[in-house]
Design a binder for this molecule. Structure first.
Ligand code: PFF
Length: 461
């Protein structure tokens, strides 16, 4: 397919909005807080920052360059840059990861739809944190309801993906991302100012400031290799890296876009929103006296509690869960787009057919993930239920592995001058930090990821 028959993003802000739309999602607002909560807070945050800057950002730039240079889907991109080699397998792995991630992602996105419904019916009103936790657990234990919402969410995702890049993805993200940012800031302020929670007997249940301490004061004594692996996986997951999403989006970026700047802006925005989500959640967690390590239900039980304490709580709750669903949608369309672009361009399928086929397979996998919270609870693989296995294998194994392969590919198999030319828009501007970037891609990123892997499977001690 030639470059000019492919869809492309129309404006600079459109690129940033779409890539940020992919990056910002449940990963920031649902996954980051619960991972941080389970992994000790501040120390996790420091390691996470470290990985975003030293590994995430350079790999994001690499993916953008590969995508724009080749103008192709994640598999074809490798075939074009390195013909007749097995490198395209990196792209195939990415397509597999997109199936796995979207299967559980669609489930959690479905939860946000249930929470929109509950917001509309004002179901949270007057509920204590304990009630809210029971509400969430009862919902998860129901085999039918979460599946219903998940299927609905997948249909929505499919509709936007069929609409194509310009009409669907770009328009939606441009308007709604800034609003989401604003709401999270307001929630953060409310959460921090909750202060001390004193019960009728005069006992202090908790203080919101302890939440800030938890998030920003690193306690490295709790850090082990699993915390490091979680932080690495979370960095990849949150930035949508390691599976060709950014390669695919890069292929829709125009030649005059400064990819460096775009990558820095996207990574900054993504990290900012994750931290702000943490700032909104942890002070309230401590105020309510809930355990920060509560797990995947954390935001669903805590956030409605914060809104109860706000003037106009009804509207805030509704607006927040609606925007969270939209943020999930702009990420899920990027996940589905990886699979669809592959089916359309490699398997020569029509876009509609490709979307229906891939979307249906993912939905079925998702139903299994959803049921693993109730009827299939006992069914485990290496001690993890289906949902957790999908999450672990995709974020902690496939994405870092994909990222490592991309770094090795760019560092050792792509001509340095070719890469430089694409990144500098054919030398129309100078790249100040190129040497540092190159050293990271060639040596630091692959070695660091390999070390984390070898430690975590016990081959290094
Ligand atoms: N980055 C998205 C989030 O944080 O919610 C999730 C995601 C989207 C992961 C696309 C991977 C991906 F390719």
């Amino acid at each position: 397919m030639s470059a000019n028959t492919r869809d492309s993003f129309t404006s600079k802000f459109g690129v940033i909005a779409a890539a940020a739309g992919s990056a910002v999602g449940l990963g920031n607002i649902w996954k980051f807080p619960y991972e941080a909560g389970q992994n000790g807070g501040g120390a996790f945050l420091v390691i996470y920052f470290f990985f975003i800057i030293t590994i995430g950002l350079p790999i994001m730039i690499s993916e953008f360059v590969i995508g724009r240079k080749t103008n192709a889907n994640a598999v074809r991109a490798f075939k074009k840059m390195s013909p007749r080699t097995p490198w395209y397998f990196t792209g195939v792995m990415g397509v597999a990861a997109s199936f796995m991630i979207l299967s559980f992602y669609g489930v959690v996105a479905g939860w946000t739809l249930e929470y929109i419904y509950m917001s509309v019916t004002n179901a949270f009103k007057g509920q204590s944190p304990e009630d809210l936790s029971n509400v969430f657990n009862a919902f998860l234990a129901n085999p039918v309801r979460p599946v219903m919402w998940q299927v609905l969410f997948m249909i929505l995702t499919g509709i936007v993906v069929i609409g194509g890049i310009k009409n669907g993805i770009e328009k939606l993200t441009k308007i709604l991302m800034p609003v989401l940012l604003l709401i999270i800031v307001v929630m953060g302020i409310r959460s921090i100012t909750l202060g001390a929670n004193v019960n009728e007997a005069g006992e202090v249940i908790g203080h919101s400031f302890d939440g800030l301490k938890f998030l920003f004061k690193p306690d490295f004594s709790k850090v082990d290799i699993n915390v490091v692996l979680d932080a690495l996986g979370q960095a990849f997951f949150s930035l949508s890296l390691g599976m060709g999403t950014i390669i695919t989006y890069g292929s829709y970026v125009r030649k005059n876009n400064n990819l460096n700047k775009t990558a820095v802006e996207v990574a900054f925005l993504d990290t900012l929103i994750a931290v702000l989500a943490g700032v909104a959640i942890f002070p309230a967690v401590f105020y309510f006296g809930v355990a920060p390590s509560e797990g995947p239900g954390l935001v669903f039980t805590i956030l409605p509690g914060i809104f109860q304490k706000m003037v106009g709580g009804y509207i805030w709750t509704l607006a927040f869960f609606t925007l969270l669903a939209v943020a999930a949608l702009t990420s899920s369309i990027s996940l589905l787009e990886v699979a669809v672009a592959y089916f359309v361009e490699e398997l020569k399928m029509k876009r509609v057919k490709a979307t229906i086929i891939t979307g249906s397979i993912i939905t079925v996998l998702g139903v299994a993930c959803s049921l693993s919270n109730n009827v299939l609870k006992e069914f485990t693989i290496f001690g993890r239920n289906i949902f957790n296995s999908m999450e672990f294998v995709s974020s902690n194994v496939l994405l870092p592995l994909g990222g490592m392969l991309i770094a090795i590919f760019v560092g050792w198999f792509v001509k340095r001058s070719d890469f430089y030319a694409e990144l500098s828009n054919e030398n129309t501007f100078k790249l100040k930090f190129f040497n540092a970037f190159y050293a990271i891609i060639k040596f630091v990123a692959p070695v660091a990821i390999a070390i984390v892997f070898l430690y975590s499977v016990g081959l290094l001690k």
